[in-house]
Each structure stands twice: as structure tokens, then as C-alpha cells.
Design a protein around this ligand. Structure first.
Ligand code: HEC
Ligand code: HEC
Length: 182
């Protein structure tokens, strides 16, 4: 069989390929390190996988919005979703979460001002659910979180972020701190 390349050329091509591989591996490693430092939300506000509100939450936020579930970090939804959600508190996922108008305005303004603006959070997810965001579904697909996990008594719902992310209330979703409860 006739080879297209004479041995010295083949050797040279092999070296070039090996060199390219080293360069590629090095670039990927640097990129992985940058991502690690910035985290999933790092391109916006937080560092190390955090989504951090720029202004502190009004005390009413915890009082009124963390009695039935955790206080969701505002950066997880775009402003349009928060506004829609706040305008429909009377019909809130099968419950009535309505507030005095004054409190609703104050909380709504804070949520909107600190809403997610990064590209990942730009689409308004169905039902104003963080857990229906494209990025959420991608990050929690069956290959990452086995489907039967969601119905465990210790988890109950995809909306129950803190079941698996112990730093969720602080906006910390770093992959390294995820633990699926048994
Ligand atoms: C009376 C109880 C109650 C109160 C008060 C309440 N919620 Fe909820 N909320 C719920 C329930 C129930 C769900 C659906 C949870 C589920 O699917 O597991 C929900 C879901 C949500 C979700 C979607 C979670 C997801 O990604 O699936 C957001 C966002 C949310 N609430 C924000 C708020 C905000 C903001 C406030 C305060 C203005 C608030 N909630 C007050 C009961 C409440
Ligand atoms: C049943 C456990 C579980 C629940 C509940 C859960 N997550 Fe996760 N989440 C995971 C696991 C496991 C990963 C890691 C996937 C991987 O390895 O890429 C993850 C990854 C993430 C990431 C990506 C982190 C990164 O650095 O790439 C974000 C952001 C995130 N979750 C946010 C949320 C939010 C917000 C909620 C609630 C609305 C939530 N998660 C609910 C298990 C869970």
C-alpha cells in the first residue's frame, strides 16, 4: 500500500498534532479555572458560583416571601418574571400569597432592581418558575440529577433549592457544595 506521506513528513505531522493537543489542553485548563473562579453566575455579579443582590433585601422580603419556601435570590429570574409574579400574588401556585400593596411594591421594586440580567436568565421561564428556566433544566437534566430524586420526601420539589444546595439562600449554587439528600 502506498502511503501518501513519506515517513519524515508523517513524523512531522505527528509532532504538530501533539503540539496542538498540548496547546488545546492548556487553553481548556485555563478556561476551566476561570469558570471555577467566576462560577455559574460570575459573569454577572457574584464570584465562586454565587448570585448576589446588589442592594440588601428589605426585611419584609424574608418575612413575607420565605414563610412557605426559601427566599429566592432575585438574580435567578429576569425583572419581567418578578413583575408578573408580584402582580399575581393572589393566585400564587395554588395558594394566596397576597400582601399589603405597600409591601408588594417595596418587595417588587427590590426584586426587579436586583433581577438577573445575564444572558442565561434573559428568557422568561414558564409560570415565572426558576425551576422552569432553560439553564435550570439543563443543569438538572436526568444525567445530572436522577429523575426519581425530585419526589423524595427530603426534596419534594425542584423549587426546594436548599434541599440540595446548602448555600441557596445566600445565592451560592457552586457545584462543589451540592449534596443530594438520601
Ligand atoms: C402562602 C405560601 C407562599 C407565600 C407566602 C409565597 N409563596 Fe412563593 N410559592 C408558594 C408555593 C406553594 C410555590 C410552588 C412551590 C413548588 O412548586 O414546589 C411557590 C413558588 C414560588 C416561585 C417559583 C419557584 C420555582 O422556581 O418553581 C417563586 C419565584 C416564588 N414562589 C416567589 C415568591 C415571592 C417573591 C413571594 C413573596 C412575595 C412568595 N413566593 C410568597 C407559596 C408561597
Ligand atoms: C435534588 C437536588 C437539587 C435541587 C432541589 C436543586 N438542585 Fe441545583 N443542582 C443540583 C445538582 C446535583 C447540580 C450539579 C449538576 C452538575 O454537576 O453539573 C446542580 C447545579 C445547579 C446549578 C449550576 C451550578 C454550576 O456551578 O454549574 C445552579 C445554578 C443550580 N443548581 C441552581 C438551583 C436552583 C436555583 C434550585 C432551586 C430552584 C436548585 N438548583 C435545585 C441539585 C439540585
Amino acid at each position: 500500500m502506498n502511503s501518501l506521506f513519506t515517513p519524515p513528513i508523517r513524523l512531522l505531522l505527528g509532532r504538530i498534532a501533539a503540539g496542538l493537543l498540548i496547546v488545546l489542553t492548556a487553553t481548556t485548563a485555563v478556561r476551566a479555572e476561570e469558570n471555577e473562579k467566576k462560577g455559574f453566575f460570575g459573569f454577572f455579579k457574584g464570584e465562586g458560583g454565587k448570585t448576589v443582590a446588589q442592594t440588601p433585601a428589605p426585611p419584609k422580603y424574608k418575612q413575607e416571601c420565605a414563610s412557605c419556601h426559601m427566599a429566592y435570590p432575585p438574580g435567578l429570574l429576569p425583572a419581567a418574571s418578578w413583575q408578573h409574579l408580584m402582580a399575581n400574588l393572589g393566585k400564587h401556585y395554588g395558594t394566596d400569597a397576597s400582601l399589603a400593596a405597600e409591601d408588594a411594591t417595596q418587595i417588587g421594586n427590590w426584586l426587579s432592581a436586583n433581577a438577573g440580567t445575564y444572558k442565561r436568565v434573559s428568557g422568561t421561564p414558564s409560570e415565572d418558575r426558576i425551576s422552569q428556566s432553560d439553564w435550570f433544566l439543563r443543569k438538572h437534566r436526568a444525567g445530572e440529577v436522577p429523575a426519581n430524586v425530585w419526589t423524595r420526601a427530603s426534596v419534594r420539589s425542584p423549587a426546594n433549592c436548599s434541599a440540595c444546595h446548602s448555600g441557596a439562600e445566600q445565592g451560592n449554587f457552586n457545584e462543589r457544595q451540592v449534596k443530594i439528600p438520601g
